[in-house]
Design a protein around this ligand. Structure first.
Ligand SMILES: [Zn+2]
Length: 314
């Protein structure tokens, strides 16, 4: 994650600075990057203070709690790294902060940070590319009550990024900051979804819905869609119409009977995945980990099947 000593500007005169500020810059950059590239709407990330704590240990200090408090309160001023120097002040003004006057308490000093480049899917290039920050918008600096400094300072950021390759794909993220917590409140493009390669074309939309639901933390809906995928997939493979009524057990055993005999032991079975997704959905149990593990098993089953089909006639 980028760090920039020059951006910090006015140093707090103490042994820990400016290294501690640069570690905070990195930590905020990391939290934003995770939010932009891995999270769906209304998901959160929190700053990690591990790097700061480790640094403090190396200089024989244990005062991490005071820094947790301090960086949760200081107003943040994210800037586009490519911006000419003279324009940095403009960003500070527009976020309602301007320069911290002399005698500003440490925990009210602005913390300027460079915005990290992020790697994500470009819907125009149809490939993964690096996006760079092209600006940040916030409530303007004319209202003195913004940002609201407190133990959990609140700020609302609107980040804009552009694809580094086509330079023609502007994407935006709306982020609410509460202290050291960040919530993704808006994104111009849905998080890109990679559907497992072996999924049949007609059923890919169901898997995409499952992953989309899980990305927005509706895990039960994710299990529901995975279960639907398993049902439709098994019916498609044995040539049964989707509307035909059959119990899960019966469907599972008819599907299993249609498989290459080498697939019966030790490999993830679609019928078992169907049962697990069903159970988790009805009990409203399980989290992202269980979801990812079922998705992994589906992928495993599909690729094993493809492999055995390839060598079926030899
Ligand atoms: Zn592009």
């Amino acid at each position: 994650m980028p760090r920039d000593e020059e951006l910090i500007g006015s140093y707090v005169s103490r042994e820990e600075s400016p290294e501690i500020e640069m570690l905070a810059q990195e930590s905020i950059g990391e939290a934003l990057s995770v939010l932009f590239t891995k999270k769906g709407l209304f998901q959160k990330t929190e700053l990690s203070f591990d790097g700061m704590e480790n640094y403090l240990k190396t200089i024989g200090k244990t005062n991490i709690d005071s820094f947790k408090k301090e960086f949760s309160k200081r107003p943040w001023v994210p800037v586009t790294p490519d911006l000419p120097k003279d324009d940095h002040m403009r960003s500070e003004f527009f976020c309602g902060i301007a320069d911290s006057p002399l005698n500003t308490p440490n925990d009210e000093m602005k913390l300027t940070l460079p915005l990290p480049p992020i790697k994500m899917h470009c819907s125009k290039c149809k490939d993964d590319h690096t996006f760079s920050s092209i600006g940040v918008l916030w409530a303007d600096g004319f209202m003195e009550y913004y940002p609201k400094l407190s133990e959990k300072t609140e700020q609302l950021f609107n980040f804009s990024y552009n694809c580094g390759v086509c330079k023609d794909n502007f994407v935006g993220f709306l982020v609410k900051r509460d202290g050291s917590k960040l919530t993704l409140c808006g994104r111009t493009e849905r998080l890109h979804i990679n559907v497992p390669k072996g999924a049949p074309k007609k059923l890919r939309g169901i898997v995409a819905d499952a992953i989309g639901a899980a990305n927005e933390n509706d895990i039960s809906a994710g299990f529901y869609h995975l279960r639907t995928f398993c049902e439709h997939y098994m019916k498609q493979c044995i040539g049964m119409p989707v509307s035909e009524k059959i119990t899960g057990d019966e469907l599972g055993s008819r599907y299993n009977a249609s498989l290459d005999s080498r697939m019966t032991s030790g490999l993830p079975a679609i019928s078992t995945i169907y049962e697990s997704a069903s159970k988790l959905m009805h009990e409203r149990a399980g989290g992202r980990e269980e979801f990812d593990s079922l998705l992994n098993d589906i992928e495993g089953h599909l690729s094993a099947k493809k492999l055995f089909e390839m060598y079926a006639t030899r």
